[in-house]
Ligand binder design. Structure first.
Ligand SMILES: C[S@@+](CC[C@H](N)C(=O)[O-])C[C@H]1O[C@@H](n2cnc3c(N)ncnc32)[C@H](O)[C@@H]1O
Length: 279
């Protein structure tokens, strides 16, 4: 299949606008942002994959949702989702999405403050889901399954999903998590449609070589959804959720003050004046 052509320079510059607006990552919640070149290619791919669909993003610190909506709005790609809702427990991320959407008149994009341990509020309202969850190095991928479950609920177990997880042939845990995630998809009534290995890199100082892959899943015809959506509180599912000894204890990350991420904050520097300027 031939991939569509798009103006790469215009796309990089558009994604650069989004990156300027991205809050700084909180490592204790596995917030590790994707590198810009990979965001460009991932966003174009997601725009194509989700063309015409109503998509739920379960967590999106990377801001791929924003890139997808912005690339389409700017006419850099001529395809894309009909609508995107970002569900994230970090208010800084939800506000950053809303502010960008407002400033650029992205009418196809909004955000909802939501913790994926709570029952999903809009069952079956979406055609597709996207998630780049905590990758589950210390919990056998259970954290990935929690985010996926919410995505599947978002589609009423009738839609498609794109799951981004760690992928390194030299790291046994990534292969174990990937196999477990694929088994989870199958037992939930979803088929594995495509696996795109070692695609994206991250701003991750302790392992800059670690890549992630895309796993595309699709609900099998006749899959019956479980009844309703429940809160998740089973300690066995939540142990080591954000890494060893780091189970969830926070419902929401609240934004204290609006920060303009593209500009240096005055607490970061002071001005030493020229002699003439001092008098
Ligand atoms: C865990 S990070 C993984 C890193 C990935 N590169 C990304 O940004 O999408 C994914 C997103 O999930 C969000 N998140 C983490 N825990 C959450 C929770 N319990 N409920 C909802 N969103 C959560 C984070 O705020 C972040 O935006």
């Amino acid at each position: 299949m031939q991939e569509p052509e798009f103006d790469f320079r215009a796309a990089v510059n558009a994604v650069s606008d989004v990156v300027q607006n991205r809050p700084r990552p909180l490592r204790e919640f596995d917030q590790i942002w994707m590198k810009t070149g990979d965001m460009v290619l991932q966003s174009e791919f997601v725009a194509r994959w989700a063309n015409g669909k109503n998509v739920a993003f379960v967590g999106d610190g990377d801001a791929i949702s924003v890139c997808v909506a912005y690339l389409q709005r700017r006419g850099i790609v001529t395809y894309g989702p009909q609508h995107i809702t970002v569900f994230d427990f970090d208010e800084r991320i939800c506000h950053a999405v809303e502010r960008f959407a407002d400033a650029e008149r992205l009418t196809t994009l909004d955000a909802t403050l939501y913790n994926c341990l709570d029952a999903f509020p809009q069952l079956g309202a979406f055609d597709a889901f996207y998630t780049n969850p905590p990758w589950g190095a210390s919990n056998d991928g259970e954290s990935v399954k929690v985010f996926m479950q919410r995505g599947m609920e978002a589609t009423g177990y009738r839609g498609e999903g794109l799951v981004v997880i760690g992928d390194d042939p030299g790291l046994a845990w990534t292969q174990q998590v990937s196999a477990g995630v694929q088994r989870f998809a199958l037992t939930s009534g979803f088929a594995i449609e495509r696996l795109m290995p070692r695609l994206h890199s991250y701003h991750l100082d302790d392992n800059p070589e670690l890549r992630s892959c895309n796993i595309l899943v699709r609900a099998l015809p006749g899959t019956t959804p479980p009844r309703g959506s429940q809160n998740i509180s089973d300690p066995a599912r939540l142990a080591n959720f954000y890494g060893r000894g780091n189970a969830p204890r926070v419902r929401y990350v609240r934004e204290l003050a609006r920060v303009d991420y593209g500009k240096a904050h005055e607490s970061e520097y002071e001005l030493e004046l020229l002699p003439d300027a001092e008098s």
